[in-house]
Design a binder for this molecule. Structure first.
Ligand code: 6PG
Length: 241
């Protein structure tokens, strides 16, 4: 596991864009394509903007295939849609090879089945080989993707995508499951803000119950695990950092 600390959220975003571009170039050179699952929420918006601003010409975006780690159960034009956020910050500014959206305008179970079908079509029916990169955020409660504390999705091992009822949000979300994330060639967390310091401590330093801090369940079998964080998010970690 690699932890890189930056002074500001903008520096985290620039580092994440560099990490993304380097991994994309390697995957395209070695395998002819780059399959990446993007994180939702607010932190990664700056990374997507940096990619569109600084790497529009540097990458062969036609070889980049975009997926999502999770999605809110809303229409893709809804202001809460992760797809809408990614389209506005990145997909409207670079022409990618394909976009695989969680179609949450459908009933949730249909959307999950549809996404599993999309994944199996892309990666092959014999089980998910692996994403080249999965970007993740971290919630103040230790959730990642839409794997929230004490929710049913945490224990699913026979599906790649599930509907996850999140009582405290009063809604369900779609999310990739732990086995899919841990099969990735690389997983990179993007974390910024002092509000995440407590969760960082519980996830990285304490032996908290993983069901209480689901980001602890992210342990790639053979892939890289990288944390790109700002100084404020490390405020509760044990020095020296
Ligand atoms: C989502 C994300 C979620 C997010 C964390 C952190 O759909 O919201 O997948 O897991 O990464 O909640 O969100 P912020 O970056 O907005 O703090």
């Amino acid at each position: 596991m690699n932890l890189f600390i930056y002074e500001t959220p903008d520096e985290v975003a620039e580092a994440a864009a560099r990490d993304f571009a380097a991994r994309a170039e390697e995957a395209i050179n070695e395998r002819g394509r780059f399959a990446v699952a993007l994180a939702g929420g607010s932190t990664p918006k700056a990374t997507y903007g940096a990619l569109a601003r600084d790497y529009a010409e540097e990458l062969d975006w036609s070889r980049v295939h975009i997926f999502f780690g999770d999605e809110r159960t809303v229409h893709p034009e809804h202001e809460d849609s992760n797809y809408r956020m990614v389209r506005e910050t990145l997909l409207s500014r670079v022409f990618v090879g394909s976009v695989h959206r969680m179609r949450c305008e459908l009933p949730p179970e249909e959307a999950a089945a549809d996404y599993e079908r999309q994944l199996r079509e892309f990666f092959g029916p014999d089980g998910l080989r692996s994403f080249d990169l999965i970007l993740l955020g971290l919630g103040a409660d230790g959730h990642t993707a839409s794997l929230f504390p004490e929710t049913s999705a945490l224990d699913v091992t026979d599906r790649w995508v599930v509907v996850n009822p999140v009582l405290k949000l009063g809604t369900s979300r779609l999310t990739l499951t732990i086995p899919v994330i841990n099969a990735a060639r690389a997983v990179t967390f993007l974390v910024a803000g002092e509000g995440k310091a407590g969760a960082m401590r519980e996830v990285l330093e304490h032996d908290a119950d993983p069901h209480a801090y689901p980001a602890k369940l992210i342990r790639p079998e053979s892939g890289d695990l990288t944390w790109l964080v700002d100084r404020a998010a490390t405020g509760s970690l044990t020095p020296p950092l």
